[in-house]
Design a protein around this ligand. Structure first.
Ligand code: COA
Length: 183
């Protein structure tokens, strides 16, 4: 989905631009995946598992741009990529067409400045206008910053999934299913 770019000022007084990611952003997004997955234990991949090719990432981004109900929002400060937030359909069947999944992650140096909140609010607004009725996500236990943001924006916990992640040291973490209904 394409949108008109949106700008806002973060808590540090910087101008942040939000726009739909395009194929030209593919290399920045591959680099971002490697870094953010190394910065936090709360995302899905080990850093060495971010091995998508430039060609595949470009095709992936073009597919999202061409879709009517999905978006990858990219945040930029002075042209520098600060993070992403995406809205994706849960599935292509009619019975789940009211549901979307949300994902968000910023580079660590840009966390805590109010960017995540505006990015997620913008993504949820886009989802509502795309006629989704609820937004869903999974968050790993211990990710207090993310849970604080989700709860502030009206997400509610509705279940726990045991042993969602298993780390290199053999330890496990549960996840919480969270959901926000638009109605
Ligand atoms: C989770 C994440 C997207 C949040 O974005 P952010 O820009 O850091 O969050 P914000 O600065 O916009 O803060 C959002 C709100 O939550 C509040 N908040 C943040 N951490 C909090 C905490 N630990 N306790 C209470 N409130 C907290 C902030 O004060 C703010 O409230 P306000 O808008 O009323 O001032 C970001 O920290 C991130 O990318 N983390 C790493 C990747 C990740 O964990 N992604 C989520 C995977 S499920």
């Amino acid at each position: 989905m394409k949108i008109e770019p949106i700008t806002f000022t973060d808590k540090m007084g910087r101008t942040v631009t939000l726009r739909a990611a395009e194929p030209k952003d593919a290399q920045a997004l591959i680099d971002y995946l490697k870094v953010v997955n190394a910065e936090t234990p709360f995302l899905l991949r080990e850093p060495d598992e971010c091995s998508i090719t430039l060609e595949n990432e470009e095709a992936f981004l073009q597919g999202i741009l061409d879709s009517e109900r999905e978006i990858m929002l990219i945040g930029l400060i002075d042209g520098k990529h600060v993070g992403n937030c995406s809205i994706a359909s849960i599935g292509s069947y009619k019975r789940v067409s009211h549901r979307c999944g949300v994902a968000i992650a910023l580079y660590q140096e840009y966390c805590g400045c109010g960017i995540g909140r505006v990015m997620l609010e913008t993504a949820l607004d886009i989802a509502r206008k795309a006629h989704y009725e609820q937004a869903e996500l999974e968050v790993i236990e211990g990710n207090t910053n993310a849970m604080a943001l989700y709860e502030k924006l009206g997400f509610k916990k509705y279940g726990t999934f045991p042993n969602n992640m298993k780390y290199k040291d053999g330890s496990y973490r549960d996840s919480y299913w969270m959901m926000k209904q638009f109605k």
